[in-house]
Design a protein around this ligand. Sequence first.
Ligand SMILES: [Fe+2]
Length: 229
Amino acid sequence: MTPTVNEPMADVRDMRMAHAAFRREFRLLPQLIRDAVPGDVQRAAVVAAHAEFICRVLETHHEGEDLLLWPKLLRRCGEDAAFIVPIMEEQHQAIDQAHAEASRLLSGWRRTGRGGEELARAFEVLLSALLEHMATEEKHVLPLAEKHVTAAEWRELGEHGLAKTPKWDVPLTFGMAMYEGDPAVIKAVLAHAPLPVRLLVPVIGRRRYAAHARQVHGTSRPARLGTLG
Ligand SMILES: [Fe+2]
């Protein structure tokens, strides 16, 4: 449906917050792989589980855009969408391909702790495709969404992500996204959630991410790289 006049439109700041988390975690990942001592399968298992986790979150994020965002833009934004949506789809495909190659190498590395350099390079290919994609999306898609997608429709993206995330991963996913997030944006994201969720998720999410980061990054306060663009 076409939005009616006076309907509140999308608040896209949550997308920038999610992107910041992807930028940080995918930027830090290649070095985490290189820092693991060759043959140390215990450490490889920890880093591999983290790599799979962030790839899963990314995949769900892109699936939501494919299903819920591109079709609306194509219907409502004429030439602007005809220009940018095919670029978005191509970039998603390039990211999927880079991810498939990294996943293939990841299983061997996890099993043996060997082949880390090749794996780190595969994740660098994924990183550069992802950085290009997010920058293009922020520049060309978010302004369109703010104008042509309603706030209620935009929330469906978050609801899709929530429905696709295993329950036990929800607090960690939220904590990872919140880590570099503006408190006002975090509040806005939770504004429609039931009160217990609004109160508990920030606390549990923050704690879960701090514990996860200690294990993966060796510190509960990893470098804030997500705002680098
Ligand atoms: Fe996005």
